[in-house]
Ligand binder design. Structure first.
Ligand code: 9MR
Length: 378
C-alpha cells in the first residue's frame, strides 16, 4: 500500500512525456480503466436522483507535494474519476487564491479543463467556493480597500466566476464555513463579514443567482453533521434570509470524519430538519481518517470502522428525500489532504494508493445498489 514514492516517480516520469499545457478544451471522454466493467462502478449503481461525486485533486496542498498536477497528468487517476463518478468538485481550482491570484488577473485554465472533462464524461460540477475566510489571495487580505471597493470586488468576482460557468455548474457552495463552532458568525477571520457586516452574505447569494439563475446555491460547512450549535445557527439563518427573498437552495454538510470519534448518529435527523424547510441537502466532502503507524497497514478493524462510517453517512443521505448529492473528498489516498494536515492520521479515502478498493468502497457500492429501484445517471 505504501507506494507514495514510486507512484510519485512514475507520475513525474509520465509528466515529462506529456505536453506542459493543460489538456485541450475539446476533451474526449476518458477511457475506462482496464479490467473495470462499466457496471462495476459507483456511478452505475447510484440511484437516478443521487449524484455520486469526488473532489478533483489539484492546487492547495498538492502544490507542496512531489508530484505534478494530478488532474492534468495522472491518466489512471483521470480514468477512474470519469468511470466512478457522475459529479466532480474542484478541490482548490475555484478558490480565490487559485482562480483570482492578482486583482486584475483570473486563472481559469485549470477549471475550464475540469468543466470540459465533466461535460465529456457526462458529469455535473459542484462549484467551491465564492465566500470564505480561507485561501484568499494576499492582494485581497492585505489590501487597503474602502468598504465600497471591497463590495465591488466581491460582486465582480462572483459575477465573473459564476457567469463564466453559467449552465455548466449545477451547485455552488456560495458561502463556506461562515460560523464558528459555537454558532456565532465568523466576524473576525472572514474578511467580508468583518468589513462589510453580515448582510453581505445575502448579497453574495443574490449576485450568484443573477449570474446563473439555474444554479443551485448552497451554504457549506464542517462540524455540522449532527444537531449542534453550528447546525442550529444555519437552521435559524436560512429561513430568515429566505423570508427576505434571498435565493438559497440548499444546505451542505462536508463530512470530514475520524475514527477517533463516534459516528454522528444524528446526521440523518439533521439532514431531515433542513429538508423539512424545503431545502436541498448534500454531503460534499466526506472522508474518514484513522490513526496510522508509519510502515504498517491499517487493521481489518480500522478498515471496517471506516467502511461503516462511509456507509452510515450515505444511508443517511439516501433516507432523506432531497439529499441529491454525495461527494467524497478525493477517492485515493495518494492525493488526500489528510496526512498533510493531521500528523499521524491518514488512509481517509476509499481506495489505496494503487486504486485498490477498500472495504469503504464496497460499502458505498452496496449501499447505492440497495438504494436503487430506478437507476439513471450513469
Ligand atoms: O483539500 C483541500 C486542500 O488541498 C487545501 O490545501 C486545503 C486548504 O485549506 O483545503 C482543503 O479543502 C478544504 C475545503 O476546501 C473546505 N473544507 C475543508 C477541506 C479540507 O481542509
Amino acid at each position: 500500500m505504501k507506494v507514495r514514492t514510486s507512484l510519485a516517480a512514475a507520475v513525474l516520469a509520465s509528466a515529462i512525456l506529456l505536453p506542459s499545457a493543460a489538456p485541450t478544451l475539446a476533451a474526449p471522454p476518458a477511457p475506462r480503466p482496464p479490467g473495470i466493467e462499466k457496471q462495476d462502478t459507483l456511478r452505475w449503481v447510484a440511484p437516478k436522483d443521487l449524484r455520486i461525486g469526488s473532489a478533483v485533486a489539484g492546487g492547495g496542498h498538492h502544490e507542496t507535494q512531489a508530484y505534478p498536477d494530478p488532474f492534468t497528468y495522472d491518466q489512471p487517476y483521470r480514468e477512474r474519476l470519469a468511470a466512478e463518478f457522475n459529479s466532480v468538485s474542484p478541490e482548490n481550482q475555484l478558490k480565490w487564491e487559485f482562480v483570482h491570484p492578482e486583482q486584475d488577473t483570473y486563472r481559469f485554465a485549470e477549471m475550464d479543463a475540469i468543466v470540459q472533462f465533466a461535460q465529456a464524461n457526462k458529469q455535473v460540477v459542484r462549484g467551491h467556493t465564492l465566500f470564505w475566510h480561507s485561501q484568499n489571495p494576499e492582494w485581497l487580505e492585505e489590501g487597503d480597500f474602502t468598504k465600497e471597493e471591497l463590495r465591488a470586488i466581491l460582486k465582480d468576482h462572483i459575477q465573473t466566476v459564476v457567469g463564466r460557468y453559467a449552465g455548466k455548474i449545477q451547485q455552488w457552495d456560495v458561502a463556506n464555513e461562515i460560523f464558528n463552532d459555537n454558532g456565532t458568525l465568523r466576524t473576525t477571520d472572514n474578511i467580508w463579514i468583518r468589513e462589510l457586516g453580515p448582510d453581505i452574505i445575502a448579497d453574495a447569494f443574490r449576485w450568484a443567482h443573477e449570474a446563473d439563475p439555474k444554479a443551485k446555491l448552497f451554504f457549506n460547512d464542517y462540524g455540522v453533521e449532527g444537531l449542534n450549535a453550528k447546525s442550529n445557527a444555519y437552521l435559524e439563518l436560512i429561513p430568515r434570509l429566505q423570508a427576505q427573498g434571498v435565493p438559497i437552495d440548499g444546505f451542505a454538510i462536508q463530512g470530514h470524519l475520524s475514527t477517533r470519534y463516534g459516528f454522528p448518529g444524528d446526521l440523518r435527523a439533521n439532514l431531515q430538519r433542513f429538508d423539512d424547510l424545503g431545502l436541498e441537502t448534500a454531503i460534499t466532502e466526506i472522508d474518514v481518517r484513522m490513526d496510522v503507524v508509519a510502515g504498517t497497514e491499517p487493521t481489518a478493524a480500522q478498515l471496517a470502522q471506516q467502511a461503516s462510517y462511509y456507509q452510515r453517512a450515505l444511508e443517511a443521505c439516501v433516507a432523506v428525500d432531497e439529499c441529491n448529492s454525495f461527494t467524497i473528498w478525493g477517492f485515493t489516498d495518494t492525493y488526500s489532504w489528510v496526512p498533510v494536515f493531521f500528523s499521524g492520521e491518514g488512509e481517509a479515502t476509499v481506495m489505496e494508493e494503487d486504486f485498490t478498493r477498500k472495504p469503504a468502497y464496497y460499502a458505498l457500492q452496496t449501499t447505492l445498489e440497495q438504494a436503487s429501484p430506478g437507476r439513471g445517471n450513469r
